[in-house]
Design a protein around this ligand. Sequence first.
Ligand SMILES: Nc1ncnc2c1ncn2[C@@H]1O[C@H](COP(=O)(O)OP(=O)(O)O)[C@@H](O)[C@H]1O
Ligand SMILES: [Mg+2]
Length: 396
Amino acid sequence: MSILDETNKISSDLAQIVRLALAEQTEDVRLYVARLVRKYRTTDPELAEQLDRYLRTKAPRSGAPLRRATQPAQPGQALPVDDESRLSLLKVFKDVPDRETPLLSQDVEENLLQLIEERRQSKRLAASGLSPTRSAIFVGKPGVGKTLTAHWLATRLKVPLYVLDLTAVMSSLLGRSGSNLRAALDFAKRSPCVLLLDEIDAIAKRRSDDTDIGELKRLVTVILQEVDEWPATGLLLAATNHPELIDPALWRRFDLVVEFKLPDMMSIKAALKQFLGPDFGLFGRWIDILAFAFNGESFSDIERDIQRFRRAIALGTASDADLIEEFVKSRAVALDRQGRIDLAVLLAKQTRLSQHTISDITGVSRDTIRKYSAEQTPNTRKTPRRKSDQCAKPTF
Ligand SMILES: Nc1ncnc2c1ncn2[C@@H]1O[C@H](COP(=O)(O)OP(=O)(O)O)[C@@H](O)[C@H]1O
Ligand SMILES: [Mg+2]
């Protein structure tokens, strides 16, 4: 590498550290420095050693100096890290500006509002000898808002959100994940917060790897104890896409189980409105068709496709009609025959597409489209049926 390249590299490392330090992302600074230690170990061992020494010096108990400028002294606020990898065991989200409210089904929303209310009125509960809900587990397919909702809850409760990084916890030398987990949870217990054990099934999933089974069992035991001992000052959340992998003993420990479902037609329409933002006007006329085509998809899948549409519109690479046509065509593949007929009828009713084009998109013959369009009654089934539940998603 030329000296100039080297200097550029160092400048960019320096700039990065300064950026993180000024943003008071102390734990990220630590992470970055740990990376530099590895990086310079061969090229500049002295520097590497010096940096490593700084890292190993425990932050003063009055709080990391970087935080002192804006925060009053908070004892013991240095984030727990894995001793070996120096990875932070918790990710911290605090003072995040207003998050958009997740789209929630009514029962989930009611559960969560109750949870917030309990914390607002904890004194009143205490007067009746009760404490607020301490823990909840969120269950549901990927992309339905479990993580998002944990963030939102923390914002609503005006407390920081700590997300346990299970990878960091388990990245440790064998035998240390249990103590890592305890260190992380002990830290979170010290002050009011929401602690999220995200994708908690990761522990169970590791059973299939060559990881020591005893080690995983110990981890589960720690979690079981910690859920039991969790103080009411914090809210302990867990989330999983794989409820079947969760130890049955763990389920019983949580005060509340919240099931996040895939969006229904109404929620899909609300999601489309939210995700389309200023482009809602342009795509508004396609709403019924889009809602029909998105049936069975998660919020995050819907958001991803809508973002793709919006980018194409912004760059002028495709018209809304082109995008919808191509999209609906790709989705039609996953529908059973009746679903494709329903889609064809919807297209015939709501668009100016020719029957020829509709037939091309849906694979339904023009005769059939004519027949069903004439027959269509208000009772006709509105939701598309998939060929089968396991049907592979069309790729596009
Ligand atoms: N219920 C929802 N309301 C609004 N947006 C959502 C919702 N669920 C998912 N999203 C979008 O998808 C992204 C990923 O969702 P996430 O909360 O990570 O899903 P999960 O944790 O259930 O897998 C979110 O950041 C958000 O942009
Ligand atoms: Mg998630």
